[in-house]
Design a protein around this ligand. Structure first.
Ligand SMILES: Cc1ncc(COP(=O)(O)O)c(C=O)c1O
Length: 296
């Protein structure tokens, strides 16, 4: 399924579909110009964001469909952002998209489906996100009278809290103003804290008794040469070297956003099913890092 982001992309898909002698179904992504209270890097439905097209462009494309003879425009797509914990932005967006669909239908354009995207938020810290039922109770009444096939694309909501990142404590460091817990995972393994200042709960896998109360807060940092390389800041966690920590809520935007930054091999991925671990992704090694390099 293609969700088309611009007129230029539509032309490109139409051209390639023609070369392949195919007729391709697609949807046009609508930018509803909606503000949401999430990090600005994961807001995708404001006019200034690069995503989607405004009403006028979509109407123009629909009215000029014969120019794109290798595609069938089947519907409208929206995705306004991620980690949205309240229903208001979804409601406002659906109201806007309904207006657009009604305008299109008035001009005899057929819209078969509406893809309402993803974006449902999860609990990382103290968030109180809407449940799936609460979301459905708010949006379904708005969608019913459209009589369209509805498509959803939830990502984080399904897998975010199904994954953890396990990391080993390498060193403990007491500086004048701070304690540091240096671990073997870094920003290349989980970039959300560095990229968006995202909060992930971090829990020790060995519980230790605190003899030197009060416990000073510590930054949990990786071994990369960047001050932005941290997994958590100011956490009251008691650990010893070689203990393991679990960074919670890393099932979404964790491994998929990991990289080889600083020539660090990627971590192994383990699936736990019925209390049994299964290796589902091999740990990379240094050989993997250089295997695509060529000597002239
Ligand atoms: C078009 C589109 N749909 C759905 C998603 C999933 O978003 P979320 O994980 O917030 O549900 C994304 C995330 O980038 C996206 O770009």
């Amino acid at each position: 399924m293609f969700n088309v982001e611009s007129l230029a992309e539509l032309k490109q898909i139409n051209k390639i579909a023609g070369q392949l002698k195919r007729k391709i179904d697609l949807a046009l992504r609508f930018n509803p110009d909606i503000s949401i209270s999430t990090h600005k890097y994961i807001t995708t439905g404001k006019r200034e964001n690069k995503f989607g097209m405004d009403e006028a462009v979509i109407e123009e494309i629909y009215s000029n469909q014969s120019a794109y003879s290798n595609v069938k425009i089947k519907g409208i797509h929206i995705h306004i952002g991620s980690q949205i914990t309240e229903s208001t932005p979804f409601i406002k967006t659906i109201q806007k998209v309904k207006h657009l669909i009604k305008c299109l239908e008035k001009k005899d354009n057929k819209v078969s489906y509406l893809n309402i995207g993803g974006g449902l938020g999860i609990v990382y810290d103290k968030e109180k996100p809407q449940t799936a039922q609460e979301f459905a109770a708010k949006v379904l009444p708005l969608l019913k009278d459209l009589g369209l096939k509805i498509i959803l694309e939830p990502g984080r909501f399904i897998v975010g809290n199904a994954g953890i990142l396990v990391t080993k404590v390498l060193y403990l460091k007491e500086a004048v103003s701070k304690r540091f817990i240096i671990v073997d995972a870094a920003m290349n393994d989980l970039i959300r804290p560095s990229l968006y200042g995202a909060y992930h709960n971090i829990v020790p896998l060995v519980i230790r008794k605190n003899k030197n109360k009060p416990l000073k807060a510590a930054d949990i940092v990786g071994p990369i040469c960047e001050s932005g390389d941290f997994l958590g800041k100011n956490r009251k966690i008691l650990v010893e070297e070689e203990d393991y920590l679990a960074v919670m809520g890393t099932g979404a935007y964790g491994f998929t956003m990991s990289s080889n930054y600083n020539s660090r091999p990627k971590v192994a991925e383990v699936l736990v099913k019925n209390n049994k671990p299964y290796l589902v992704g091999k740990r990379e090694n240094y050989q993997d890092l250089i295997k695509r390099e060529l000597v002239i």
